[in-house]
Design a protein around this ligand. Structure first.
Ligand code: S6P
Ligand code: ZN
Length: 191
C-alpha cells in the first residue's frame, strides 16, 4: 500500500520536522544523566537551566519484516564544559540492524563504537554527508556547530532501541572541543 503522504511535501525545512501532528520525542539535559564525562559541569548547568537538547520525529509505517522506519532529528548547539550537546546514543535491540544517517543542515559528528571489538570512529554529519552505521554498532550524534543539526536516520522497522547497554558502560570515547575543533579522546584520559 502506498504511504498516505510524500515525505518531501511533509518535510518542513525551517524546523527539520514533519508537518502535522506526528509524535515528537523531546530530550532535555536532565534526560542525559550519566552521558557527559564532566559530571560537575553537567550538574552546574542543570542547576541553572534544563535546555532542550534534541527532538526526533519518527515515521513508522508498520512493523513488517521488510519495512523501514525513519526519524528526523534536530540536535541543538551547545556544550557541557568542553563536550558538545549529544544524543543519548544506543545500540539497536535487533543487533543486526544497520542504519543510514543523512545530514540535512548544520554541522555534526557521529561517534560509532563496535560493540564486540570496542573500536571507535568519528564521522562528519552535515549537509550532503551520509554515515552508514553497521549492525552491532553503538551510535551517538553531536552538534559541533552553532546552528541546529538536522538529519534523517533510516533503519529497519524492527531495529528497536537498546539504551540499557550505553547507560551501563557509556561510550569508551568522548568528543570535546579543542582549539575550536571536535577531538575524540579516551573517556578515562579525559578531563
Ligand atoms: C534511531 C536513530 C535516530 C535516533 C536519534 C536520537 O535508530 O538512530 O533516529 O533515535 O538520533 O538518538 P537517541 O540515541 O536518543 O535515540
Ligand atoms: Zn539508531
Amino acid at each position: 500500500m502506498l504511504p498516505e503522504f510524500s515525505l518531501t511535501e511533509w518535510y518542513d525545512i525551517s524546523t527539520g520536522r514533519l508537518r502535522g501532528n506526528r509524535p515528537v520525542v523531546e530530550r532535555r539535559l536532565v534526560d542525559l544523566q550519566g552521558c557527559f564525562a564532566d559530571e560537575g559541569e553537567y550538574a552546574a548547568l542543570l542547576s541553572r537551566e534544563n535546555p532542550l537538547l534534541y527532538t526526533v520525529t519518527a515515521v513508522d509505517h508498520s512493523e513488517g519484516v521488510g519495512d523501514l522506519h525513519y526519524g528526523l532529528g534536530v540536535l541543538h548547539p551547545g556544550k557541557v564544559g568542553s563536550e558538545y550537546f549529544m544524543t543519548k546514543g544506543h545500540l539497536h535491540s535487533w543487533r543486526e540492524a544497520a542504519e543510514v544517517y543523512i545530514g540535512l543542515s548544520g554541522r555534526g559528528v557521529m561517534l560509532l563504537e563496535d560493540e564486540a571489538a570496542g573500536e571507535s570512529r568519528l564521522e562528519p554529519l552535515e549537509a550532503n554527508s551520509i554515515v552508514y552505521v553497521p549492525g552491532r554498532t553503538a551510535h551517538r550524534t553531536m552538534n559541533v556547530g552553532d546552528k541546529p543539526l538536522v538529519y534523517l536516520g533510516v533503519y529497519p522497522a524492527r531495529a528497536g532501541h537498546d539504551y540499557g547497554a550505553i547507560a551501563k558502560s557509556n561510550f569508551r570515547m568522548i568528543v570535546v572541543e579543542q582549539d575550536g575543533r571536535p577531538v575524540m579522546m579516551a573517556r578515562d584520559n579525559s578531563l
